[in-house]
Design a protein around this ligand. Structure first.
Ligand code: FES
Length: 79
C-alpha cells in the first residue's frame, strides 16, 4: 500500500527501512532513509503508526535481544 503519495513509497518500504537501519524511530528518519523529504506531511501519522507497530512487534518477539526491551527490564529492576 502506498503510504506517501508525494514521494511514492509503500508501507513495505517503511518496514524495510526499519528492519535494515538500526535506530529508525521517527518519520523524518524514514524519509531520509528512503532518500526523500516530507512534502505535504499527510503521511507522517501513518509512518508513525507503522514505526510503533514494528517496534512493538519486534520487542514481543525478541525480549532478550531488543535494546528497548532490555532497557525496560533494567529500568524495572532498578525500581
Ligand atoms: S503524502 Fe507523504 S509527504 Fe505528502
Amino acid at each position: 500500500m502506498i503510504v506517501c503519495s508525494c514521494n511514492v513509497f509503500s508501507d513495505t518500504q517503511v518496514r524495510d527501512a526499519c528492519a535494515s537501519t538500526a535506530g529508525v524511530t521517527s518519520p523524518g528518519q524514514v524519509y531520509r532513509c528512503l532518500g526523500c523529504s516530507p512534502q505535504c506531511g499527510r503521511c507522517a501519522r501513518t509512518i508513525r503508526a507503522i514505526l510503533d507497530e514494528v517496534q512493538a512487534h519486534s520487542c514481543a518477539e525478541c525480549p532478550t535481544v531488543c535494546p528497548a526491551a532490555s532497557l525496560s527490564t533494567r529500568m524495572l529492576a532498578a525500581e
